[in-house]
Design a protein around this ligand. Structure first.
Ligand code: SAH
Length: 351
C-alpha cells in the first residue's frame, strides 16, 4: 500500500496511465485529496476506478482523533492517527493575518534536546511527504476549507521531529503543498525549524525554495549549548552562523533564531551580551519564548519579568527581537506533550 498524498500531479498522472485511466483525472484526484476528501467522496471518478485505487493506496493516511481548544487564545491542538496506528500531534494558531499550522515531520525525534518532550522516547519513524501534507489537508477541511478556500495560510515545521533529519520527505512536502492545484501555500509562508544540522542547511539553500529558516539556538556558548542540545557536539555556533549566512546569500531570506528561556540557564546577562556580539548586524531576528516546562524534565521557564528584561538587553544591543506568547500552554502546547499524555493514558488503560 502506498500513500496517495506522497505524489505530485505528474506522478499521479503516471499512476493513472499505468492503470489505464485518463491522465486529466490527476487534477481531480489531487484537488480532492488536498481538500481532505476520501477517494470514495471524489465522485467525478467511476466507482470501479475508485475501488481499484483504494485497494492500492491509502487515501486517508492521517486521521484526526482528538482536538483540544485553548480557552485562552483559541489555539487548537490536534492529535492524528497514522495508517499504522502511530500517533502524532499538531497545533493550529489563530493570528490576525491568518491561521498558522504547526506540523510534525517525524514520529518522535532522535535529537535528544534535554527540554523537549518529543525526544523522550527517541525516534520511532520518519513521516512521508504525504503524511506531513495530510496533517494540513485534514485541518484545513476541519476548518471548513478546501483547495479553493484555504483556511490554513501559513505552515511551520515545528512539531515533533527534526525536519532536516527527514530531508527528502520534507523537501517533497514543501514542493507538493506549494503546487497551484494543491493547497498552494507559498514557500514564503512556510518556516522550517532546525536544531542546527549544518550540512543539511547548505543542501537546503540549494533547493531554490524561499522558505523561512529558523534555528533553535537556545545558547550562544558552545559548551553550555552542548548541555541542552546534543547536536552542539557535532556543530558549533560559528558553523551554524556561517551556514545561515550562506542561506541568506542564496535565498535573500532573513533567518530567525528560536531561543527558549530556561530559568537560570540561558537567561543571564552574559548570554545576552554574547548573543549581541554574535548576531548584531546580521539579517536575523530572535524569537524568545519562555520554556514550557515538561514534567519529565527538571527545567523551569524564565519568569515573564525576567524574560522582558532579557528582551530589553537584546533590544538595547541592536538586535531585532520579540517575546512570543506561550500559545496554548493550557492544552499541552509544547512539542510532544499531548502525544505523550495520550500514549501514557493508553498504557494505563484509560482510553
Ligand atoms: N527539531 C526542530 C523543530 C521542532 S521543535 C528544532 O529543533 O528546531 C520547535 C521548537 O520548540 C524548537 O525551537 C524547540 O527547541 C522548541 N521547544 C521544544 N520543547 C520546548 C519547550 N518545552 N519549551 C519551549 N520550547 C520548546
Amino acid at each position: 500500500m502506498r500513500i496517495l498524498q506522497d505524489y505530485n500531479e505528474n506522478e499521479i498522472k503516471d499512476i493513472l496511465l499505468s492503470l489505464g485511466e485518463k491522465s486529466y483525472r490527476a487534477k481531480q484526484i489531487l484537488r480532492g485529496i488536498s481538500s481532505g476528501r476520501k477517494l470514495s467522496e471524489i465522485t467525478d471518478l467511476s466507482k470501479d476506478f475508485r475501488n481499484i485505487l483504494t485497494a492500492n493506496y491509502y487515501d486517508l493516511p492521517v486521521e484526526i482523533i482528538e482536538k483540544k481548544v485553548s480557552e485562552k487564545d483559541g489555539t487548537v491542538k490536534y492529535l492524528f492517527r497514522l495508517f499504522d496506528g502511530n500517533v502524532i500531534e499538531g497545533v493550529l494558531m489563530k493570528y490576525k493575518y491568518g491561521n498558522t499550522q504547526c506540523v510534525s515531520t517525524q514520529v518522535g525525534c532522535r535529537m535528544g534536546c534535554t527540554f523537549c518532550a518529543s525526544t523522550l522516547d527517541g525516534l520511532v519513524r520518519n513521516l512521508s511527504a504525504g503524511e506531513i501534507f495530510a496533517q494540513i489537508a485534514m485541518v484545513n477541511a476541519d476548518l471548513g476549507g478546501n483547495v479553493d478556500d484555504r483556511k490554513v495560510t501559513n505552515v511551520v515545521l515545528m512539531g515533533s521531529g527534526e525536519p532536516l533529519d527527514n530531508y527528502d520527505s520534507v523537501i517533497k512536502f514543501i514542493r507538493n503543498i506549494s503546487a497551484k492545484e494543491s493547497l498552494n501555500v507559498s514557500p514564503r509562508n512556510i518556516s522550517l525549524s532546525t536544531c542546527g544540522l549544518v550540512p543539511k542547511i547548505y543542501d537546503f539553500a540549494e533547493e531554490n525554495l524561499p522558505v523561512n529558516l529558523t534555528i533553535s539556538l537556545h545558547n550562544p556558548f558552545d559548551d553550555d549549548r552542548k548541555k541542552l542540545m546534543p547536536i552542539a557536539n557535532s556543530y558549533s555556533v560559528k558553523e551554524i552562523l556561517d551556514a545561515c549566512s550562506y542561506y541568506f546569500g542564496k535565498t535573500g531570506r532573513r533567518y530567525i533564531f528560536e531561543y527558549s528561556l530556561v530559568k537560570g540557564v540561558n537567561d543571564t546577562k552574559r548570554c545576552a551580551d554574547e548573543l549581541i556580539k554574535l548576531l548584531k548586524g546580521r539579517p536575523c531576528h530572535v524569537n524568545l519564548i519562555r520554556l514550557n516546562a515538561v514534567k519529565e524534565r527538571n527545567l523551569e521557564g524564565t519568569s515573564e519579568k525576567d524574560a522582558r528584561r532579557f528582551m530589553s538587553l537584546l533590544e538595547n544591543g541592536g538586535i531585532s527581537v520579540t517575546l512570543r506568547r506561550q500559545m496554548g500552554n493550557d492544552i499541552d502546547g509544547a512539542c510532544g506533550q499531548l502525544r505523550r499524555k495520550f500514549l501514557k493514558s493508553k498504557e494505563e488503560g484509560a482510553l
